[in-house]
Design a protein around this ligand. Structure first.
Ligand code: FES
Length: 317
């Protein structure tokens, strides 16, 4: 991972419970990163925790901008940022990576966000506006006070903000707002998993093909992060070590017990930091990172979450 020391240049309350953060290189050098909308960065917190946040701004502004929601169930990431960050604070920031890119072309773009899911979609919306590409944004929030970037979106005929609906209301509104699919059109959604599932379901009902639908995962879907089968023999070929995977252990944990540190970042199968080559064995993929083709090849695995279908797994580490 390519880490850069950055300094907080400004903080702003974007909406109730959402903190806007502008970061610039700490050493006053130009920011050399380029990224496409949908990209995120890793932020390494004082405690060593690493968290991913979408970039809300486009490349070329000399800074990165994030919007962080204070999660009620925060394990220290968003809470620390909200409570401890000050103008001038330093943070280590990983180079942008993009697992949720806006597809090329001039086809119409439909963006459907809920809550803090607005962050990657706002960058996509800004890019479309800049490129004069047709785009519509539909943004669901709990109340007007919870709507981030409302000043920018107010009065924009292509952006619709919807507040305070329950599940049935969201579904009815989607049914009313989602147009029938037209060739070249793509739809991107980001928000809580059940919300995205509803969006995709309603889009499919409106005739959108699966290949035109894209969703962002802020966290691995519930129930998908499971541990590999206990008793699996894990062979770490380059280090010449092997270890039995214990009950409740990830492959990364088991390797660490054998003295082999596999680098990790998100620990949720999302960032690709722990990507490792498989030399033997049949991986059971549980990540959100690999493409279907990479999974089918059996050549790579994300050991922070994935397991193995065979009794023995040999990794190149
Ligand atoms: S640490 Fe992020 S995918 Fe494994």
């Amino acid at each position: 991972m390519n880490w850069l020391n950055m300094r907080v240049r400004s903080l702003r309350e974007e909406a109730a419970g959402i903190l806007g953060i502008e970061l610039r290189p700490a050493e006053d050098v130009p920011l050399a990163w380029h990224w496409e909308p949908g990209a995120h960065v890793d932020i390494r917190l004082e405690s060593g925790l690493v968290r991913q946040y979408s970039l809300t701004n486009l490349a070329g502004e000399g800074c990165v901008r994030l919007a962080v929601k204070q999660e009620e169930t925060s394990r220290g990431g968003s809470r620390w940022l909200h409570e401890r960050l000050r103008i001038g604070s330093r943070l280590e920031v990983g180079a942008p990576r993009n697992m949720f890119p806006l597809r090329d072309g001039q086809g119409e773009v439909l963006l459907v966000a809920a809550g803090i899911g607005i962050t990657p979609l706002l960058a996509m919306y800004r890019q479309c506006r800049r490129d004069a590409r047709p785009a519509r944004l539909l943004y669901f929030t709990r109340s007007p006070a919870h709507a981030a970037f409302a000043d920018e979106l107010a009065g924009d005929a292509s952006a619709r903000l919807v507040h305070g609906l329950d599940g049935a209301g969201v579904m009815a509104r989607l049914r009313a707002e989602l147009p029938a699919w037209r060739p070249g059109a793509t739809l991107y959604t980001c928000g809580p998993e059940p919300f995205m599932a509803t969006v995709l379901e309603q889009a499919e009902a409106a005739g959108w093909p699966a290949e035109a639908l894209f969703q962002e995962h802020f966290q691995a879907p519930s129930g998908e992060v499971v541990t590999p089968s206990a008793g699996l023999e894990l062979v770490l070929a380059r280090s010449g070590r092997s270890v039995q995977v214990g009950e409740g252990e990830t492959l990364v944990d088991a390797a660490a017990r054998a003295g082999v540190a596999i680098p990790t970042s998100c620990g949720m199968g999302m960032c690709g930091c722990c990507l490792t080559r498989v030399l033997a064995g049949t991986p059971e993929h549980r990540d959100q990172f690999l493409s279907d083709a990479e999974r089918d090849s059996g050549e790579w695995l994300l050991p922070c979450v994935s397991g193995c279908r065979s009794g023995r797994l040999e990794l190149d580490c």
